[in-house]
Design a protein around this ligand. Sequence first.
Ligand code: NAG
Ligand code: NAG
Ligand code: NAG
Ligand code: NAG
Ligand code: NAG
Ligand code: NAG
Length: 645
Amino acid sequence: MESRGLRPLMAVVIWWWWLISPAVSDPQTNLLNQGCSTYNVTNLSDFYTNLNATFSDLETQLNDNKLFATANRTRSGDSVYAMVQCRNYMSAEDCLACFADAQSLIRSCGAANGARVIYDGCFLRYESNSFYDQTTLAGNAAICGNDTASQVTAFQSAVEGLIADLEVATPRINGFYAAYKMEVVGGGGATVYGVAQCVETASQTACQDCLQVANSNINSCLPSKNGRAIDAGCFLRYSDVAFFADNQTTNITPFLQKGGSNKKKAIIGGVVGGVGLALIVVVLLLWYRSSRKAKPASTGDLLGVTELQGPVNYSYSDLKSATMMFREENKLGEGGFGDVYKGHLKNGKMVAVKKLFIGQTDRAKANFESEVKLISNVHHRNLIRLLGCCSKKSELLLVYEYMANSSLDKFLFGEKRGSLNWKQRFNIIVGIARGLAYLHEEFHVCIIHRDIKPSNVLLDDDFQPKIADFGLARLLPEDQSHVSTKFAGTLGYTAPEYAIHGQLSEKADTYSYGVVVLEIISGQRCNEMKIEPVTEFLLERAWKLYENDNHLKLVDESLDPEEYDAEEVKKIIEIALLCTQSSASMRPTMSEVVVMLYSKDALQHGTPTRPTFISSNNRAGGDTSPSTWDAASNATASFSGVSGR
Ligand SMILES: *[C@@H]1O[C@H](CO)[C@@H](O)[C@H](O)[C@H]1NC(C)=O
Ligand SMILES: *[C@@H]1O[C@H](CO)[C@@H](O)[C@H](O)[C@H]1NC(C)=O
Ligand SMILES: *[C@@H]1O[C@H](CO)[C@@H](O)[C@H](O)[C@H]1NC(C)=O
Ligand SMILES: *[C@@H]1O[C@H](CO)[C@@H](O)[C@H](O)[C@H]1NC(C)=O
Ligand SMILES: *[C@@H]1O[C@H](CO)[C@@H](O)[C@H](O)[C@H]1NC(C)=O
Ligand SMILES: *[C@@H]1O[C@H](CO)[C@@H](O)[C@H](O)[C@H]1NC(C)=O
């Protein structure tokens, strides 16, 4: 009777699956990997009975609309443990078809104690003992397509961002699966697609670890147009063409937030938690008392409170009165995205208020809110804190912490020229590198600044640098972002591949950073000619002095030679030249820069190659030895042999 009641339900479910499956059914049986253990079973008839029984168990579960199943038969000596998993974008029919193919192929192993077949759409594996909690095993590999993407840098950075997001989000999602796509910024409307999946029997930590390995494997595929990483317990794939239906994308954004079960954070949380909790309670009490009168417009810089609150919504009238109606004399500067005003909130706190110039479409507003949320989560001592925002009809305002010492350009070229000593300059050089390394590599979304220059580096009371204006480029309408940021990017600081071809990656920031370092050392503006003895821009001049081993001639004359170590300054000039190399792929990442700045020895990145501004087609990507299918299948022996000895 019960089964009769289930029938209509089944029909609905099947109909539903049919609805969301891609129009043309495709079991995706492109073979990625196959392996058999070499050990024979002891009793053939027992073995096959067990094998057939587990496979039919698996099939029953798939028929029940499952996309992941395990089954075992341990009767008599030759036990069989089996597992099947389809990618969740597969329809029930496609999943069954994929499984059927895998089953017939895996039988070609004969009476092996263990075997495995991995397709794009599904995988099937069995062993003579339980392997359900296995995730990463020797034999994990990347399988790369052999066509290279055209917009190498832009494509590469999009894929890296996509995969990094999938790596973070997937272990936090129930079922350990996510499909996601991302637009290639500066890629002429191109999109990249990705899927990540762990076996459902893995622990969350094991899934994280497995995807981490998979991520580093799949990275070796770039700049191939597509790649897969396979392992015992997880799967990762990206492609420049869609391999799942558009409406199958997972909303991974909620799983990218901080405070997930990232191991590092959990440990820090554990240590800070004990002391922090007591402190936060006290602070909250104080804050509560003081906030009963003043509106919570001011978050105060009390530890904990701002962290807990997230971005504050300021009222427009408060900001208007804080900046004295955005009066001209309160103006601190004009940035690429809007004018900045000094503001004095009612509670006495100073803030910097930025009036954005960006468009007023609904989309811009929607982006504004999500970007503000994102940027306000960026906490690093070398990055300006976004305190909150205000959006009122046609106006979008951002409220930042206020830096009394204004920006680096004033100290290098402006009224305070020559007042920074070497130690301060060195700290600024290191601080900017740290801030950028955080934006590129440590924050959960890779944020490329695109407009690093001294006027975007603010100095706090201790002359520690704080980078401003990050994340804002993402607010520009997508169809415009490339063109208008090229516009906004200050020529002289802009990497050639970005300025000329619009190829954007974090290495564009590395380039700008290198130029800024040369400015900090020389006190010369990058786009100002020096008239002695020939007229040269800063970068050319630095390069020629370096070639003639005469680096120190570049150093700002206002610096006391007693103050600095000549070898250290030479090393930093060379690091700057590594950053401004014309090939983006040869430039170091910002975290590598931080390491080099502190290392005593010769540069690990070898000697800089010549910077070029006009050079066009640098083959970024360098040595891309695409792993072939053969190489991948050679690597499998150890993968399947686990069950035997
Ligand atoms: C998903 O997209 C397919 C086309 O790719 C379409 O046929 C189907 O109706 C969509 N399903 C849902 C639930 O939106
Ligand atoms: C395994 O079985 C195959 C036939 O099924 C046989 O040819 C082979 O010799 C056996 N190998 C071992 C190590 O017993
Ligand atoms: C295999 O096991 C079955 C019972 O499980 C038994 O009847 C048969 O004789 C065994 N075969 C061999 C070759 O040992
Ligand atoms: C197991 O299944 C295969 C294929 O379905 C069949 O050829 C074989 O006879 C079965 N063996 C046993 C012992 O049931
Ligand atoms: C083997 O299957 C039985 C049910 O058929 C299940 O209870 C048991 O947990 C399974 N063993 C493992 C290791 O999964
Ligand atoms: C690699 O390229 C060759 C020739 O262009 C093609 O036949 C082959 O299928 C490609 N292999 C893969 C894995 O894409």
